[in-house]
Each structure stands twice: as C-alpha cells, then as structure tokens.
Design a protein around this ligand. Structure first.
Ligand SMILES: [Zn+2]
Length: 250
C-alpha cells in the first residue's frame, strides 16, 4: 500500500517525459480497434440479474428505459427517437466513436447496482478522470482506496473504490444523507490499472514506444452503501470476481 501512495508522483514524472518525447517525435500512430475486453455485459452475474439501460437521444424527450420495458432496443416508445447506451449529454460531450454499455443488476434481496463499460474512441478525451464526473450534484468523495479482487488462475485485479456521501437537496432534511460507492478500473490491450494517471502513462508509452493507439475501456460498478459499515467492500469484491471472467477476451 505504501508504494501505491507514491505511485501518482512517479507517474506524473513519467508522463512528462513521455509527452515531451511524443511532441519531439511526431510520427503517424497506428490506431487499432481492438479493445482489451469483450464489449458485452452478461445477463446474469451470480445472484444478480441484469437489465440493460437505454437512453433516448431525442433532446426533447431524453427518457431512460430498461431493456425489459422495450420491444425494440433501438427506438424510444415515447417519442420514436433513437435509443443508445449513453445519455443525450454523454453523446454530446464524448467523441462519436465512444461506446457505452450500462446494465442495472438486481438481486432477490431487492438490492441493485449499475455496471458500466465505456470504450474510448481513438482520442483520449473519451475517458475522464472519474472523480471529476462524480463530484458535484451534492456528491462528495469521503474515502478512496485500492481493493484487490482475487481471480482464478491469475494475479488479483486492482480496483479503485470510492465511498461517496450524497448530500440531500435543499428541501430534504439532514436525515436523508445517503451513502454510495463507485468502483472502477481501466483495461487496455494487455494492461490493467485502477489509476487514471497510469492509464495516461501507458497510452503515451504505447504511442511513443510502440507507435500504437489502442482503445481503452473503463469499467465501473456503482451502488448504494450503508453509512455505518463497510459491507459494500466485500459486495464489490464478490461482484467483480464474478463479472471479470465475462469480460475477458477469448
Ligand atoms: Zn424519446
């Protein structure tokens, strides 16, 4: 854990060096469409049952649907507009070759969570530092740590786990303070990291050293947590342990 604390600083220095190199040696970079993972989310993850989330891209409608409510995954039943895996706002902000998949998972105990995969386009603007998008709208990050998820037949995957505090709106009382969690990691071709900076480093490295720009994926698991305990840590660990084999390319 000690080494992890200093990792960002080494990465910043590394990034500066690589970026300087990249600027000095402007060569044509070969883009590849190969993602480091399978771009699909399973219908079931152990006890969890998945339902894909589809967004209406018509600016006047922007309704959100679950696949179980739809007969046609491509057409909005309310307005006839096109449906997509990303929202209207995301579609407007992100490069057009970005792909987003989201599924809401529920279990028999009535718990739910959302798993999403963002597959970046050829430009790095597709994937932002998650912390930037989470803060705001009354959300505050109260804890962040790297959690290791044990996997069969290989080393554990490291995941960044954030504990969020959701402040109630102006109208609600103080009792409505809620807890959420947000866990994520990045996958590139043959690479994995929970650190945004490390991903930036590998992107720059592959560009300069291997003359290659491949598409990175950003996988996230989000849900509610109790304010008084850490039970969500084990829940996230188990879910990612069960989800991971589905994402692996065969
Ligand atoms: Zn619509």
């Amino acid at each position: 854990m000690e080494a992890d604390a200093y990792r960002p600083y080494f990465l910043i220095i590394g990034l500066l060096v690589i970026t300087s190199l990249a600027l000095a040696t402007t060569v044509d970079v070969n883009s590849t469409d190969t993602a480091g993972i399978r771009m699909a989310l399973p219908d079931h993850i152990a006890e969890w049952q998945g339902d894909e989330i589809r967004y209406c891209l018509n600016s006047a409608c922007q309704r959100i649907w679950l696949a179980s409510q739809l007969t046609n995954m491509e057409v909005c039943p309310a307005c006839g507009g096109p449906l997509d895996g990303m929202s209207y706002a995301e579609r407007r902000l992100l490069p057009p070759d970005t792909v987003i998949l989201k599924k809401r998972y529920t279990n028999r105990r009535g718990e739910s969570l959302v798993v999403s995969i963002v597959l970046s386009g050829k430009e790095r603007a597709s994937i932002h530092r998650p912390q930037v998008c989470l803060v705001g709208q009354g959300r505050e990050i109260v804890k962040s740590r790297v959690v290791e998820v044990p996997l069969q037949g290989r080393r554990p995957v490291k995941v960044m786990l954030l504990d969020l505090l959701v402040h109630p709106g102006r109208l609600a009382g103080p009792s409505q303070l809620r807890g959420e969690y947000y866990a994520y990691w990045f996958v590139g071709s043959g690479r994995e990291t929970p650190f945004h900076l490390e991903r930036m480093f590998w992107m720059a490295w592959d560009r300069v050293v291997h003359n290659l720009a491949h598409r990175w994926a950003y996988i996230a698991v989000a849900g509610d947590r109790n304010l008084s305990d850490d039970k969500h840590v084990e829940k996230v660990r188990r879910l990612i342990h069960d989800l991971y084999p589905h994402l692996t390319r065969t």
